[in-house]
Ligand binder design. Structure first.
Ligand code: FES
Length: 375
């Protein structure tokens, strides 16, 4: 039967609004081994990566589609020698360019090339405030010193710098020192992001999930920093949603604002979407980005509210949280179309509460993310 809600609507009016941001995962290669990495458990080999020309075409298509910002990410995007070329191409297309990097491959020459290409912003990840803590997570000797040097180079270049600290039960107590380090380094923005539990983070959840007391202390530490820095430093705070009663609007709503392209060109609504079974993931090698965004099954699957089960369907927050996170629903319930179990109204909330109970005990050992040594 014909869908009466769209039968008389011209095609142009039923086309979804374009994504605001493109996350370009240039490579999964990375010298670090963080056990909460947002990359999938099955890392993509170098041989399958999109070429420079393929990425240029993707950037052309993104700009034509209406994307405003491109975030060059990885793995470690600086492992790609053509990064300055890609930045230059994106800038020419009018895209705002952000480099999400660990900083361990940054030196003056590399930064000069990126600055000359017109890079707008650098987001530098830190694993902790000192070498010991950083080494425990990243698994690379000397990484902290390289990151600090990278931050100094970026600030000396006059480029805006954001520091990103992923926090978890082993480093969450050092949030005040994280702000002190950010101030010393001249960062304009700091992101304190509690680990999110998909992929590697989910695999290491019992070693990473903070206790409720730790979470509450982190909230007080961030509030104190906001008081202290005022408008001198922008501060973003991402909480571990397991402790929340209502889910987060993951990705700003599935297929609404964000598009992710993997190193080999698969196009995803979020970095964890490949965990969803029984779906064919479209590739920029076979279809245009606009065709994928507007017409592919994977983007249409959870876009809007029509797909929602109860209790989401009749919830007055359904256009605020968009049903929460599909990948979390899948990871915790086995069903990607279930209500996000973080929600107190979800029939599966017990799966989250069990994890919280485990967090009060905690585990000691990590499964590290090792490139080319996949689980
Ligand atoms: Fe995929 Fe949240 S990470 S929807």
């Amino acid at each position: 039967m014909e869908d009466v809600t769209t039968a008389n609507v011209p095609p142009a009016l039923s086309t979804p609004a374009p994504p605001m941001s493109l996350l370009a995962e240039l490579t999964h290669r990375c010298p670090l081994q963080c056990p909460y990495c947002s990359n999938p458990l099955g890392l993509e080999p170098k041989a399958g990566e999109l070429s420079t020309d393929e990425w240029r075409r993707v950037l052309d298509e993104a700009a034509a589609l209406g994307v405003l910002q491109v975030h060059f990410s990885g793995g470690e995007p600086m492992a790609r020698k053509d990064l300055p070329d890609l930045v230059r191409h994106a800038v020419r297309k009018g895209l705002y360019t952000n480099l999400i990097t660990s900083g361990v491959l940054m030196d003056q020459t590399a930064l000069d090339q990126l600055a000359a290409a017109g890079l707008d912003h650098v987001q530098l990840s830190f694993q902790d405030v000192d070498e010991a803590g950083a080494g425990r997570i990243g698994g690379m000797n000397g990484a902290q010193a390289k990151k600090i040097e990278a931050a100094r180079l970026v600030v000396a270049e006059g480029m805006p710098l954001t520091l990103n600290f992923v926090v978890h039960r082993l480093n969450v107590a050092r949030i005040p020192q994280m702000f002190t380090l950010a101030e010393e380094l001249g960062a304009r923005r700091v992101e304190i992001a509690h680990t999110q539990y998909y992929g590697w983070g989910l695999k290491n959840r019992s070693a990473l999930l903070p206790t409720r007391a730790q979470l509450e202390q982190s909230e007080r530490d961030v509030a104190a920093a906001r008081e202290r820095f005022g408008t001198r430093m922008a501060i973003d705070f991402v909480t571990p949603d397991y402790y929340a009663d209502e889910p987060k609007p993951c990705m700003g709503g599935w297929g609404q604002r964000f598009v992710n392209i993997t190193p080999s060109g698969r196009v995803l609504p979020c970095h964890a979407a490949e965990t969803i079974p029984g779906v064919e993931f479209p590739s920029v090698r076979k279809a245009s980005l606009s065709g994928i965004w507007n017409e592919s099954d994977i983007f249409a699957m959870f876009r809007g509210t029509d797909w929602m089960p109860e209790p989401c369907r009749s919830c007055d927050r359904k256009e605020i949280d968009w049903g929460g996170c599909r990948c979390q629903a899948l990871a915790l319930t086995g069903r990607a179309d279930a209500a996000d179990p973080v929600c107190r109204r979800s029939e599966d909330r017990a799966t989250v509460d069990v994890a919280l109970a485990e967090a009060s005990v905690g585990a000691e050992d990590f499964v590290y993310r090792r490139y080319m040594r996949q689980p």
